[in-house]
Ligand binder design. Structure first.
Ligand code: ADP
Ligand code: SF4
Ligand code: MG
Length: 286
């Protein structure tokens, strides 16, 4: 049976990096994988293509081409890559690319034609917008995962996502599979995300450290799985991939009210600051 998941999070938090490494790791295990970038940045799958961009679904729709197979591009180890695309800056609706991509791929049966074992949607945002909520609302994804750091704005976005999941949970919407902590450097950051998951009745599936190996591989235009397969970081992505394959959990999150979230975050800030002071005293020579 095909597994479809969606990975949400604030812009720049590491969704595409995590998703592409996940796709690469899953394909190494032997699964056929389709990765669908749902972000107007159009760069979800570039590290699966030696750093090169691919034409988007919206571009194809705009060019009135009927050759929709062209929107699927094979990348690393046969991973099927799609970019939904977005509006020209300053023009039109950011959710349109996602709506177009889902209509084309899901409704028109293109996903069925390609028949991947696993489909991963890499989705920008915190469900403030109708278009971005579609993979959740229509229950297209079986589970939602969210990538977050311990930064307040990233957790704020996760909390908004949780509100969206909760809202559609009674009408067949996708539920949460787990939180992926990313760019973790200190114990207090990990503890803070753990506490957030406890308070919201959810779970953390993996912690991914901040690593310069990821940066180096990205500059070389490849995933960490491809560029540094023997690194500890690559092993962490492989562990995450196996956990997601095995994960059957579905949580209905209990999000914080806006005021309660900032009060809760305030209780963590001192501990994080103390740990930073003890360990580095600000910016230092290594
Ligand atoms: P998003 O898709 O959420 O917008 P990206 O995956 O494009 O974010 O990541 C933004 C930047 O952060 C990229 O330059 C990426 O290499 C870097 N990054 C993400 N995760 C890590 C990590 N664990 N260690 C080091 N750099 C990371
Ligand atoms: Fe487009 Fe609807 Fe999102 Fe507005 S809310 S950007 S119209 S998808
Ligand atoms: Mg991205």
């Amino acid at each position: 049976k095909r597994k479809q998941i969606a990975i949400y999070g604030k812009g720049g938090i590491g969704k595409s990096t995590t998703t592409s490494n996940l796709s690469a790791a899953l394909s190494d295990i032997g699964y056929s994988v389709m990765q669908i970038g749902c972000d107007p940045k159009n760069d979800s799958t570039t590290t699966l293509h030696k750093g090169k961009a691919i034409p988007t679904v919206l571009d194809t729709v705009r060019s009135r081409s009927n050759d929709f197979d062209k929107v699927i591009h094979e990348g690393y180890n046969g991973v099927q890559c799609v970019e939904a695309g977005g509006p020209e800056p300053g023009v039109g609706c950011a959710g349109r690319g996602i709506i177009a991509a889902i209509e084309l791929l899901d409704t028109n049966g293109i996903i069925d034609d390609y028949d991947p074992d696993i489909v991963i949607y890499d989705v920008l945002g915190d469900v403030v917008c109708g278009g971005f909520a579609i993979p959740i609302r229509q229950g297209i994804a079986e589970q939602v995962y969210t990538v977050t750091s311990s930064d307040y704005m990233a957790i704020y976005a996760v909390n908004n996502l949780f509100k969206g999941i909760l809202k559609y949970s009674g009408s067949g919407g996708a539920l949460l599979g787990g939180i992926i902590g990313n760019s973790i450097k200190r114990i207090a950051q990990k503890d803070m995300i753990d506490d957030f998951s406890d308070k919201t009745g959810t779970n953390v599936i993996e912690y991914i450290p901040r690593s310069s190996t990821v940066t180096q591989c990205e500059l070389d235009g490849v995933t960490t799985i491809e560029g540094a397969p023997d690194s500890q970081q690559a092993q962490i992505y492989r562990d995450l991939a196996q956990k997601i394959v095995d994960n059957k959990q579905k949580y209905i999150p209990k999000p914080f009210d806006a005021d309660d979230l900032s009060d809760w975050a305030s209780t963590w800030i001192n501990r994080i600051l103390t740990e930073e002071k003890v360990s580095s005293r600000g910016i230092q020579k290594e």
